[in-house]
Ligand binder design. Sequence first.
Ligand SMILES: [Zn+2]
Length: 544
Amino acid sequence: MLADVFRQTIARGLQRKAIRTCSKWARLYRIMGPPHPGPWGPGPAPWTLDMHDSLAPVNIGQKSAQMGYTETALNITLYKIDIENLDCLYVLPAKTPDASEFSAARFDPAIELSTHISSMFSSVKNVGHKRAGAVNLYIRGSNSRSALKSIPVAFIVFDELDEMNQDNIPLAEERTSGRENPQIWKISTPTLPNEGINELFLESTQEHYEFICPFCSRIIELIWPDAIKIIGDHHSNCEDSHLQCPKCKHKLDHETKTIWLADGKWTPYGDASLDVRGFYINQLYSIKRRPEEVVKLYFKGLIDKASEQEFFNSKLGLPHIVKGAQVQAHEVNRARGSRRKDDPLPDNKIITMGVDQGRWLYYEIVAWDFESLGNDLNMSAKANVLAEGKVVDFEDLDVLMRQYQVLKCVIDAQPDRRKAYEFACKYWGHVLLCFYARGQMGKMITIDPSTEQHKITVDRTSWLDVSLNRFRLKTITLPQDLSEEYPEHIQNLVKHYKTDKYGNPMGEYRNMGPDHLAHAHCYAEIALPLAAALTTNKNVRIYL
Ligand SMILES: [Zn+2]
């Protein structure tokens, strides 16, 4: 009896010594639940095998949804803890619900199904901090700076990077400073071109998963649209669409995928000598999801913007800007009028100013033209931009308030709330601090009932829609001597479409670079109905 235990212990010890790679470790210790129960194997996601064993210090995964990248990152994390005794940090977009869901839906099943993994951990109750003997696993949301401080680790995963608070990513990365050979994984479904995961991928080896066509024996890749034979012309009649070899056009059966994908290889399309490896994959590779689902969403995307965005981002794993989601250069150019910034002011106009706080104070000053003051004022009014630009401090805003006889100014409340507040007190009734919020209905403007707060709350997407749509609707005139930054900032705000948890399409503006003047432009727009309410002494609601 004792001899048996002794033999088993020796055997286990030898077995552990033989584990030099993460994929070996996962095959031995990781037990999966449904839909592929049993010991882990690369079968359901063959492209992840080589990813498990990457030794690159930085690894970038640009992917479509549900391609096994999170499972891979979890395996590597557990391997680092078990075999290399390294402290690890797993970062998700938010603490709630992402970090708690990850802990319950990914981490807990991994320990429940494997006696080895469950024996590794001495304490797992805390959602954000699991202990494996002297080694720590931190699971954190990117939205809290304090949760990312003072935790030294040698391995970090950023999961769904494009949804994270981008400002806090460098803070998390600093956690590896001073550690020998740290490794970082960043994975995400992409959003916009040259942003987030896509920007990082473009600076990597840019590897694609290639394999040999079972019919023509040439090296091929499953890419849209070459690798798909579309049958039908609508999302309701395309179920016979199927995969095909992009070279010999022979049908590739979805059912036999595991066979012909098994010997695939990651091939660099970028600079192979880089020590940042990038892994790109799309849903045509999915063993689980059928290719006709991709075709279905393609047809849906032809009629609605949220589906178009989802088709490119979540199915093809590609960044994408939906048509009309970004103001075009020619739309800004054609808005230029003959007026120059220091020409005399037009008579008898309502004049508003929007101010966005950044390293500078960015402003836009608008004189408004409208037939009559009434409901939905922003839709009927035309904007004549008198001036735009940036100044150093709040004293400079005083000069602008007087020079342009600004009736109402809306200013970004952040980051210097105190200075903005002092400015509002100085021009009591003429300046409001603006907070962007979610869950506000459309163009509502919620005015804080205590007037001494000088505070309003608005829905970000709705008001950016109204103010940026002016360029398409040709209801804006810009000064001839526009700053160089202005067109750039306006174009840097791009609407990204999503479907919310109830399946409703929603949009959110993301920036592809500096966007302060675009926000100043938006605040000047918000100021219009507030100015109208001030001159008529009526509730702002009647102008919305
Ligand atoms: Zn072929």
